[in-house]
Design a protein. Structure first.
Length: 462
């Protein structure tokens, strides 16, 4: 028999050792203990005399991969998250087009074709939790979702629209037929809520809400289910919703916040269709799904609600059946804080009120409101612009308010205009519609927005 050299013996022993280990691993994987079952005895091949009799086998298990959760936040630009932001878009008379700073042409990235409106404006100012002072943007608002351009509206909407794994609800009383809403024509009148926006959340239930004042935008929540007959990018929509001033507000939400917002939307009878994937994709935690399925219906309750969210921002919901002047209701819920409000102020106009103005259209559940002053002009860097409702290029469709009490630093974004009545026809116009209001208590933002709304006022009723 041929002798095996020392070198070859080492090689043979190495091969035997590797074969032994491989066998032990395979056997261990095959019979590894599951749950609380007792471990299988060690293989005779692997048995060591100095180990306990019932020593478990070496086993290899693949760790389950954690499900990836898409983070959602208000964005100033792609990947630049903040807790909240506020945008005010100017009207075409005061700040036309996109300004003098060079910018790329609107590519209609969320759908549609570039419109040639007679007059429009996509110039804007913005503030955020990062810097609450208003500052002017340099691009066309709502058209860009890249990391190198500050466009809060475009970036925040883009993270929703371009994602395949988030859930959303889009609502708007003025979809203008795309999508069609049962029982409505181009728009939905009272007692439907006068409210617009988009809410999105991930599989954990965390999300973001964006309140908007623009008719016909947004009207699709995902590129997988786009609008069929109209655009879904500002500046690319058939309706010229960028001629007059508009506002946009976005806020980061925890799961509990999101439930509160959904409850507020339901209370306000917002217009949506839970069976149409173009505007609703339901999913995530069961309690969220349950509330979503109840949306898109007219409610009959008369109780306003106010919730303090995790951010400290307060959410107010007015139901359509609470027939009171909207901003007087807000003042009442804020302990009678006097307010200055800029809305689509047009017929039927609710005049400015002071502490002595009688309000016949009121509800016993509400305390006495403070004064509500109607702003008719505002200004930015010395340029005056209109803040009343109407078809001209110098009109306003944003709904913004500030406290008139310097000790209360409230900035309010809302859904409802000061249209309706103080007495007699109490269900008139916005008195008879539902909507949401967000109340921020921030001294620096208060200073900036107060300055933005500084100007003329409508006379008080007596």
């Amino acid at each position: 028999m041929a002798r095996i050299s020392k070198k070859n013996r080492r090689a043979v022993w190495l091969q035997l050792f590797l074969a032994h280990v491989s066998f032990n691993v395979l056997v261990g994987c095959a019979i590894a203990p599951i749950g609380n079952m007792p471990s299988s005895p060690a293989s005779p091949v692997a048995e060591k005399k100095d180990e306990p009799e019932n020593a478990p086998l070496l086993s290899i298990r693949a760790k389950p991969k954690a499900a990836e959760v898409t983070p959602l936040s208000p964005l100033l630009a792609k990947d630049h998250a903040v807790d909240w932001w506020l945008v005010f878009k100017f009207n075409a008379a005061s700040f036309p087009g996109c300004g003098s700073v060079p910018h790329p042409e609107n590519a209609c990235i969320f759908g549609g074709s570039l419109q040639s409106y007679p007059a429009s404006s996509q110039q804007f100012v913005y503030a955020s939790s990062l810097d609450p002072h208003l500052q002017q943007g340099t691009d066309c608002v709502g058209t860009t979702a890249t990391a190198d351009v500050t466009d809060p509206v475009g970036a925040t909407f883009g993270q929703i629209y371009d994602s395949n794994d988030v859930f959303y609800v889009t609502w708007n009383d003025q979809f203008y037929g795309d999508p069609a809403i049962a029982g409505c024509g181009n728009s939905c009148a009272k007692p439907w809520g006068h409210s617009k926006g988009i809410l999105a959340w991930n599989s954990s239930g965390d999300g973001v809400v964006m309140q908007v004042s623009t008719p016909s935008w947004p009207a699709a929540g995902s590129e997988r289910d786009p609008r069929e007959s109209d655009g879904n990018t500002l500046g690319c929509v058939g309706d010229n919703n960028i001629k007059v001033s508009q506002h946009f507000f976005a806020l980061k939400l925890t799961q509990q916040d999101l439930l509160a917002v959904l409850s507020g939307l339901r209370n306000a009878s917002v217009v949506t269709d839970v069976d149409n994937a173009q505007i609703v994709r339901n999913g995530g935690p069961k309690e969220i799904q349950d509330i979503v399925t109840s949306l898109g219906k007219k409610t009959s309750g008369r109780a306003s609600t106010m919730d303090t969210l995790s951010s400290g921002i307060r959410l107010i919901s007015k139901p359509s059946a609470l027939h009171v002047p909207p901003w007087q209701m807000v003042s009442s819920l804020l302990n009678g804080t006097p307010l200055r409000a800029a809305t689509w102020w047009a017929s039927p106009k609710i005049p400015s009120t002071d502490s002595t103005t009688p309000i016949g259209c009121w509800d016993a559940s509400l305390a006495k409101p403070g004064a509500v002053e109607i702003a008719t002009t505002g200004q930015w860097k010395g340029k005056v612009f209109g803040l009343t409702g109407g078809p001209s290029t110098n009109n306003n469709h944003a709904k913004l308010g500030v406290s008139k009490d310097p000790a209360r630093h409230y900035v309010i974004t809302g859904d409802l205009n000061q249209q309706g009545a103080l007495a007699d026809d109490c269900a008139s116009s916005q008195n008879g519609r539902g909507g949401l209001f967000f109340v921020l208590d921030n001294a620096k933002l208060f200073e900036s927005v107060t300055d933005l709304l500084k100007g003329d006022s409508a006379p008080a009723a007596h």
